[in-house]
Each structure stands twice: as structure tokens, then as C-alpha cells.
Design a protein around this ligand. Structure first.
Ligand code: C2E
Ligand code: CA
Ligand code: CA
Ligand code: CA
Length: 278
């Protein structure tokens, strides 16, 4: 359509699997979700295999919808990204994560790292770095407690500008993780040039270990990460078999249902206190 305006065009690529009215009402509801306190942060533990205890949590957002129940981020994050609402949602998540770290610090629980997922559109905000530094400062937190998770595709979208921002973050002590590693379009070159601390092996490769015993990609990624002295997290670890393999390969950390599903703040706190380990 020649005269199609911005909003009309969006309707076309918003997915064919969901009825249009559904999409529209979801979008409308999402606009109010923040002010109505319907967004919830869940926390999935990350365990260091050598030390045998929790060293961090990944923050995963959910939407407690009054009618539809708990909505997964896979359903509304793409919508938030398309409409630009992701900027406000991302700020909410950052502030929520900082508040949680502050609560744990005040309760004198063992210090852990929190990782938050960053969308491309969030990274594009001119005040992105400033906002993160301010949030940490306001809550009196050490920069080393925060990790940002970005994807290879995000980096490749605008290499020059992204590297600039990552350098600023890293120089301040904030850690940078590459999420879903191995699934994006990228050159491996950036691993050396960029200030990256952590690689998260995508769960599809971890699933391969179980499905058909194929360990080739995981083995290659682990060798590469070790060569580059990067911290390595295996995602989506569901079985003892996968755990045994990752232990043998001396993978640094694991995350997945075998240890725990993403937890409410209260359940995560309990787990941190008990420090349950595999
Ligand atoms: P992700 O960053 O790759 O997060 C990992 C996803 O795998 C999470 O799904 C997690 O619950 C799930 N998972 C964890 N362990 C296992 C396992 O053992 N087996 C399997 N099959 N899955 C496991 P979730 O929470 O539904 O999040 C989906 C995606 O939504 C995330 O993928 C991330 O890309 C995005 N997302 C979540 N929270 C945020 C957020 O605050 N901001 C942004 N921008 N994106 C977010
Ligand atoms: Ca992630
Ligand atoms: Ca991931
Ligand atoms: Ca993913």
C-alpha cells in the first residue's frame, strides 16, 4: 500500500498466527501494563560448576495480565520492540533489578550478579549508558553486580555505535554477555575487538547433546571461549547427562530447568539463602 502510514504498516508484520483484534487489544493493554504494575521480574539462577553455588541470576520479564494470566515475554517483547514501548519496559526492568540487588545487599546475602536482557531499540537510546550508571549509583551498587545480555544480531546492526557504548559500560565495570551464542549472524572477529566477558551457549546446542548426542558445536564453543578467556554459561540445561558433559568440558556456569525454573523474587531469595546446588 502506497499511502500506508506507520501504524498501518506495523499491522502487517506483527504475525499471522494471532488474530488482529487480539494483537490490537494486547498492544493497548501493554500501554497500561507499566502504570498498573502488571510487569513482574523472574529470576533464574546461574551456578558456578567448580564452586558449586549460585553466582548470578538472569532477570526474565513476565506480564501478569488481569484476564489472560501470565504472559510470556516471547509474546509481548517483540510487540514492545515494534511499538517502542521496550524503552520504558527496559528501564523498568533495570530499576527492578537494582532494587532487588539492593534488598539482597541490605539483608547481607552473598553478593550475586544480575543479568538483564537488552533489546536493540533500548541500546539505541542516547541515554542508554547513562541510565544504567545512574540506576546503579542511585541504589548504591557496585557496577560489577550487573551484566547486560545482548545478541550477536544486535551488535551487527550498528557495530560502530554499539562498540562505543559497550566500551563505556565495560570501562565502568559492567559485564557484557553474548546471549544465544552461535545462532546469530556475525563475524567472530568482534569477540576479540569488543569488551565481552561472557558467552552464553544457546540452548539449542545444549539440547543437541540430549537429542542425538551431538556435542560438536558445544565442544567448539567451549574451546574458543577458553582460548579467549571468556566466562562461559550453558543455557537450557535440563538433564544430568548434559550436566555431566558440561562438567567434563569444564564449562564455567550452567543455567536451566535442571537447577531451577525462573523464580519469583521471594523464591529466588529463599534459594539464595539456602544456596541449593546441583
Ligand atoms: P533468553 O534471553 O534466551 O532467555 C532464556 C529463555 O529460556 C527464558 O524464556 C527461560 O525461561 C528459558 N529457559 C530457561 N531454562 C530453560 C531450560 O532448561 N529449558 C528450556 N527449554 N528453556 C529454558 P523466557 O523467560 O520465556 O524468555 C524468552 C525470551 O524473552 C528471552 O530469551 C529474552 O530474549 C526475552 N526476554 C525476557 N525478559 C526480557 C527483558 O526483560 N527484556 C528483553 N528485552 N527481553 C526479555
Ligand atoms: Ca538472555
Ligand atoms: Ca538465551
Ligand atoms: Ca533466546
Amino acid at each position: 500500500a502506497k499511502t500506508c502510514g506507520r501504524d498501518n504498516c506495523q499491522l502487517f508484520h506483527m504475525g499471522m498466527n494471532v488474530p488482529l483484534s487480539n494483537r490490537l487489544s494486547l498492544e493497548n493493554d501493554l500501554r497500561h501494563a507499566l502504570e498498573r504494575n502488571q510487569l513482574v521480574a523472574y529470576y533464574q539462577p546461574q551456578v558456578d560448576l567448580k564452586r558449586g553455588h549460585i553466582v548470578g541470576f538472569e532477570c526474565l520479564i513476565r506480564w501478569q495480565h488481569p484476564v489472560r494470566g501470565l504472559i510470556s515475554p516471547a509474546e509481548f517483547i517483540p510487540l514492545a520492540e515494534e511499538t517502542g514501548m521496550i524503552t520504558a519496559i527496559g528501564k523498568w526492568m533495570l530499576d527492578t533489578a537494582c532494587q532487588q540487588l539492593k534488598v539482597w545487599k541490605t539483608r547481607e546475602l552473598p553478593p550475586v550478579r544480575l543479568a538483564i536482557n537488552i533489546s536493540p531499540r533500548q541500546m539505541e537510546q542516547p541515554d542508554f549508558v547513562e541510565h544504567i550508571l545512574n540506576a546503579l549509583h542511585q541504589h548504591g551498587l557496585d557496577q560489577g553486580m550487573l551484566e547486560v545480555e545482548i545478541t550477536e544480531n544486535l551488535i551487527m546492526k550498528d557495530v560502530e555505535r554499539t562498540v562505543e557504548k559497550l566500551k563505556q559500560l565495560s570501562a565502568s565495570g559492567i559485564k557484557i554477555a553474548i546471549d544465544d551464542f552461535g545462532t546469530g549472524y556475525s563475524s567472530l572477529n568482534y569477540l576479540k575487538k569488543f569488551p565481552i566477558h561472557t558467552i552464553k551457549i544457546d540452548q539449542s546446542f545444549i539440547a543437541d547433546i540430549e537429542r542425538d548426542g551431538d556435542t560438536s558445536i558445544v565442544t567448539a564453543i567451549i574451546a574458543m571461549a577458553k582460548g579467549l578467556h571468556l566466562n562461559l554459561i550453558a543455557e537450557g540445561v535440563e538433564t544430568e547427562n548434559q550436566l555431566a558433559f558440561l562438567r567434563r568440558m569444564e564449562c564455567d556456569e550452567i543455567q536451566g530447568y535442571l537447577l531451577s525454573e525462573p523464580l519469583t523474587a521471594q523464591a529466588a531469595t529463599t534459594m539464595l539463602i539456602e544456596n541449593i546446588t546441583p
